[in-house]
Design a protein around this ligand. Sequence first.
Ligand SMILES: [Zn+2]
Length: 342
Amino acid sequence: MSADWAVAGLDVGGTTINATVLDSGGRFLVTGMAETPSRVADGPDKTIEALARALDAVLVRTGISRSAVRAVGLDTPGPVTADGVISSKGATNFASPPWRGFDVRRALEARLDCQVIFNNDANAAALYAHYQHFGAARARDRSSVSVIVGTGLGGGIVESGQVIRGAAGMAGELGHIWVPMEGLLAPDQPVPACICGLVGDAESVASLTGIEKNLLPYWLKQFPEHPLAKEEPAAAARLVRRYGEDGDPLALRIFEQQAMAIGRLLTVAANFTDPHVYLIGGGLVEAAEHFRDLFLGRVREHTALRAEQAEIESIALVPDLDMAGARGSAIAARDAVLVRRG
Ligand SMILES: [Zn+2]
């Protein structure tokens, strides 16, 4: 390990911190998950201490001295500002009152006496997906739009290797972009609502929550004898993918609607930032290969690229997103050090 300097990445979730170390040459020094409790429920002070300890622990594990660390990347779930201030209205994962309006980036910087670079978790994941797809050598000349289908629909926009954060930190909220519902919904299907308050946005269809709250209730009425009708809604939503892999008609209708919503969302992206690649990640990546390919093919068919775009742009899956938040945060920290050094 001849690294003259390094950066760390710290990903804070509601229950765990995931930590990694990236050396000056762009190599990750942690292969598995380095997880510790985040103590978010105990309030900001305890979490800042937990972050400092997680950093110490991952440095011991990788044999990097604290003095070699030039910057620390940090990410948290939103809603949070571009500078790392938790929403004044609170956030799902940071619910207790002391977290409201808390400047987690600045507090960690003060505790560590080291520059802290902040991104929200979706943007950090998008940055990692971008680097993983292009490789470090090409990442800085390329652009991407990432769509991560999970409980919600997370996203991120990377331009010339840099995350587009936006003035208020709200750029890349792709799940809450309206997509046309004409031709997507069945004639008697209610327009899906999203927890953000919009109706007919991408997340209202293309997310696990969208399946549970919107798609499954409608399609189970069309297939009243379906075995999923006997399951609790949340459990049933999680099982839809397995049925899809087996070619089940109800599940295929649901995934067709999701593919259409994502394709229409990517069509918006094509007219907005016109990226080199559209990256799709999330639970779907773990699906059986034949089903994954089928789904990706349907997304491609529903994405309207112009001939000039289709020649140079592609739609691809991003595997291995477990470490994405910590790794993307570390990449952002390394970039900040490189920029500082000119
Ligand atoms: Zn929404």
